[in-house]
Design a protein around this ligand. Structure first.
Ligand code: DGY
Length: 323
């Protein structure tokens, strides 16, 4: 049997690329430069399986490719708001993602952002590196205590639950959440969590608000000027989910005016084009989308794509089939 022709959109961890080379007639992206839409369209005409990642807009235009040879799209990443699933389905494609394997690392980054924003540790390091430290004093860089505070979750899926585990069992935090599809009572009891009826209720009652809902049309600017104003002025917003869940202008204004105390952000609206106004804000902790960026996790994500592709090739239903 001839090998499947596979095209990968970006560079992947070396050991996963080695497996790809062994099993498939694969075209890797050694330059690691993002593919244009035209290049993705061409890829769909030239390969049996296309393996994009969370920064590739596999939209209706890309999916209108003619001729279309691809039958399988294996996304490297859990989020799939960059793929038009309806258009993919209409063209008879199978699409998969990589859930579970990045849950812990993403929750670790969310917790890192929370601690960094609250305790002003980025500011502290900048201060030290600028050679500005004159020594310990009782009022230097006073920050916000984390232990025992209330953490509000917007969305209570896998990553939120992993964050709740760290926050509740590690830092004695009270967990409240809003989610139209709440987890089981057993999960809720594990964190002694309280379900709120609305986003506003979470925002008004939290010392820290952490976003864990998927990106996409339904959640676009879910947090906006009006509801951000419901947050306590001492509270922090943490976003490790998707940038466009929050209205940039509203967030920047809230951070500038002190309507909220600070933010920890791993994702940005329009990334990688960062709104330069963020760079001026001392009370914003900014990371370049590092949620899943540990060697172990990125290898696991690649292997999960391979597992899905192998199932597809064998005529089985891949475990992470989206459509
Ligand atoms: C994903 O997989 O969707 C993440 O954003 C990558 O870290």
């Amino acid at each position: 049997m001839s090998k499947l022709k596979v095209i990968v959109s970006r560079a992947w961890p070396a050991e996963v690329e080695a497996t790809l080379k062994e099993k498939y007639d694969v075209q890797l992206n050694e330059t690691d430069v993002a593919m244009s839409k035209d290049e993705m369209k061409q890829a769909l005409g030239n390969c049996d399986a296309f393996l994009p990642t969370v920064t590739d807009p596999v939209d209706a235009e890309v999916l209108s490719a003619e001729p279309l040879r691809t039958r399988f799209i294996g996304n490297f990443g859990v989020g799939f708001n960059h793929i038009d699933l309806d258009a993919a389905k209409a063209r008879g494609l199978t699409v998969t993602n990589t859930p579970e394997v990045l849950t812990d690392c993403t929750a670790d980054i969310a917790m890192t952002l929370l601690l960094t924003a609250a305790r002003r540790t980025s500011e502290g390091e900048r201060h030290l590196r600028a050679n500005a430290w004159t020594g310990w004093r009782p009022t230097h860089l006073l920050a916000t205590k984390v232990t025992g505070k209330t953490l509000g979750m917007i969305g209570m899926g896998r990553i939120a639950q992993a964050m709740a585990k760290r926050a509740h069992h590690g830092f004695g935090m009270k967990i409240i959440f809003v989610d139209p599809y709440p987890p089981s009572d057993e999960v809720i009891q594990e964190f002694n969590a309280t379900r709120c009826e609305s986003i506003d209720e979470v925002l008004a009652n939290s010392d820290f608000v952490s976003i864990h809902c998927p990106g996409g049309k339904e959640t676009y600017h879910l947090l906006n000027k009006e509801n951000l104003s419901k947050m306590k002025s001492s509270a922090f917003l943490i976003n490790s989910a998707r940038g466009d869940v929050v209205d940039n202008d509203a967030l920047i204004e809230a951070l500038k005016n002190g309507t909220i105390a600070g933010a920890g952000l791993d994702v940005f609206e329009g990334e990688p084009n960062l709104d330069k106004r963020f760079l001026e804000l001392e009370n914003a902790v900014l990371l370049p989308h590092l949620g899943s960026a540990s060697t172990e996790t990125r290898i696991a994500m690649g292997n999960r794509v391979l597992e899905n592709l192998a199932a597809f090739e064998a005529g089985d239903t891949p475990r992470d089939k989206l459509v």
